[in-house]
Design a protein around this ligand. Sequence first.
Ligand code: AMP
Ligand code: ZN
Length: 514
Amino acid sequence: MHHGRAVLKVVFCGLPAGRTCFRELWFSGNSEAEACEGRVPPLEHGVRLFDTMTREMRELQPADGKVFGFYCCGPTVYGPAHIGNFRTFVLNDVFRRVMEVSGLRTRHVRNITDVDDKTIRDSQAAGMSLSEFTRKWTERFHRDCEALNCLKPHIEPSAVEHIPEQIEMIEALVEKGHAYSSDDGSVYFRIASFPEYGKLARLDQQELELGRTQDRRANADEYEKDSVSDFVLWKARRPEDGENYWESPWGQGRPGWHLECSAMSFKYLGESFDLHSGGEDLKFPHHENEIAQSRCACGGHFARAWFHPRFLMVDGEKMSKSLNNLHTLEDIERDPGATAMEVRYVLISAHYRKQLNFTFDGLHAAREALGKLTRSEALLAQAAGREDEKPPSYRELCRLESLGVFAPALAALNEDLNTAEGLGQLFKGLRVAAVEGDPLVNWLGFHAVLAALGLQLPEPEVPEAPSEVVALAEKRQQARIEKDWAGADAFRDELNKLGWSVKDGQNGYELKPL
Ligand code: AMP
Ligand code: ZN
């Protein structure tokens, strides 16, 4: 039921002629192709997840019965994302994949924060325009996401591209008495006007009361729980902002950081949507502020459930610039032989509700595990008669009826995205597959679980043939050129006796151990 239209009319009535209503844009805004259409109707038993708001396990189904819409707070593009950031993004990717492999369609929206205190500060330090600077780091983020095999979100809106939408939202908040402008031309959200403020982060009542009653205001994008306060929606232009300002009814300035996600989730997902996510640090103040803005401006429910993976740590400490323990993907790939896929494996190796400690030992263990999966794939493919065949496409894997002995691995992922248990069940499935089930179903099921985890297997290492084997293969090749078929067969037999198979292709022959 969409009761939101009426509310929208109230909130955004009087849009200038020709301006498109948010809801209409929502339907036309998804220009990128859906990666996976999924089965409709969805599975009987949907995916269950721990909802940070209610602190309960919730069964997740699309409220509209068709597409599961979720919003993930994206990166602030002022430098390379570190692997801590990627724990959050990779787990969101696994979440989406699990939904899709389980037969549901998704609409995944993830924003790019390309204007805030940090992007402005660092673009100026780099002597670049804000757009040049953020483009550089957005491109780097995309390259890293691709290396980590993260699906592209269906929609990736940026804050700078949505200034008018943010201004409209502030206007609605001012009109309804939830926001006020201050002497310097900034506009603040009045937290006392929203009694539910603090519910997600379970803010301490005393702090809340101080924030509500004292004349406290936060103009910075980030602040701690002990300074609960009215927060900035529009920041009046300051000299240090340079050329980074926009015109608004309150004068020149720029939106506060928290606003962009409210404006963009509304535009692309509507006033109520299925799930919202971000790292655990975003619960307060960012998500608390998003809830306040969206609920007060749009009137809908905003996110129906919340997903907050916990932090990645390094050597037992929080990964942070000040501790000088940040690792980017590039840093890690300097470890001889290390790959992005090993990083992905590490990032999903623990349950998202537990902190994960990154170590290079863990990375090396991931390499071994991926090697084992690669060797096992070859055996499964052989049993299924699919040797030398490419695995089915992601789209095909989203439509499987049965996962054979690998069904328990997907079931573990469906239960609170338990990636640790899912990996355990994947390896257990390999042992069971050796003695049980239809080999073709098992091979497909194995690939479906890999697709849900987003793991790509390295190419199997083919050992180099010893020189006497190569010499025999060359003699056989010469016999074939001379059309001496009996001679060629004899050389093949000799090769087989030495434990090697030979296969002819368009570009010569290929030797493989038997
Ligand atoms: P930022 O680019 O700082 O806006 O952060 C992007 C995302 O990474 C946010 O969802 C953060 O909550 C998340 N994040 C930041 N540090 C970590 C960490 N050490 N572990 C997991 N997620 C993190
Ligand atoms: Zn956000």
